[in-house]
Design a protein around this ligand. Sequence first.
Ligand code: ADP
Ligand code: MG
Length: 235
Amino acid sequence: MISLVSLLIMRRKEDKIVEPLSVKTLKEMILYLADQIIECKPLLTELDSAIGDGDHGIGMEKGFLKVKEKISVMNPSENVYEVFATTGRALLMSMGGASGVMFGHFFAAGAKNTEPKAVLKTEDFVALMQKSLNIIKETGKAELGDKTMVDALEPAVMAMKMQDEPSFLDLFRSAESAAKEGAEKTKEYQAKHGRAIYLMERAVGHQDPGATSVWIIFRSFREFAEKHLPDKPVA
Ligand code: ADP
Ligand code: MG
C-alpha cells in the first residue's frame, strides 16, 4: 500500500527546479517583450481605431522603443526591481496619455518600496503584479467589466496566484491564458473609461486595445520562458 509519506516523496520527485531570474535574464526578457509589442503595432492600431483614436499601437511602439534604449544602457544593477522600475519609467516618460500612466504602473508600481534583490523568485513576480494591479485600479478607477486593461490583468494575476509551487513557465502560461480570455471578453462590454466611453453600446463587439496589450505582454513572457527558462525536473 502506498503510504502518505511515499506519495509525498513521489510528489517531490515530480517537482521542477525553479531557478530565480537574474538581472541579466530579466533584462533579456524585457528586451524580447519590447520587440513583440513593437511587432504588434498594426493590431493595436486597428483595435484602437475601432473604439478609440487609433494611437494605442503608436504609443506602445514609442514606449517600448524607449524601454529598449533605457534597458540597454541601464547601469549595472544588482537589483531586479530596478529593471521593472526602469521599464515603467521609460513608458511613463515616452507614451503620454492615460495608458502611459497605466502601463508605466504595470511595471514600476509593484517595484516601488521593495527591498533590493539580486534575483527574482516566482512569488516576488506575483506579488509585484498584484501590487501593480492594485495601483492601476486605484489610479484609473476601473473595475472588471469596464472594458480596460484591468479585464486582462486582474484574471492573469488571479490565475498566477492559484498556481501551487509554479515555475516561471507555469506562471506565464497561466497568466497568458487568463489574459487572453479576459481580453476576448472585453468584446462583450461597453466602456466605462477612456475614449471608448463615448461610443456607448457601439463599442460592443470590439476588443479593448489595452487589454490586448496585457495579453501580448504575458504571451511574450511565456514565449521567452519556453525558449530560455524551460522546466527542469528535479533529478
Ligand atoms: P488613449 O486612450 O489616451 O488614446 P491608448 O489608446 O494608448 O490611450 O490606450 C487606450 C487603453 O487604455 C484602453 O484600451 C484601456 O485598456 C486603457 N485605459 C483607458 N482608461 C483606463 C483606466 N481608467 N484604467 C485602466 N485602463 C485604462
Ligand atoms: Mg488611443
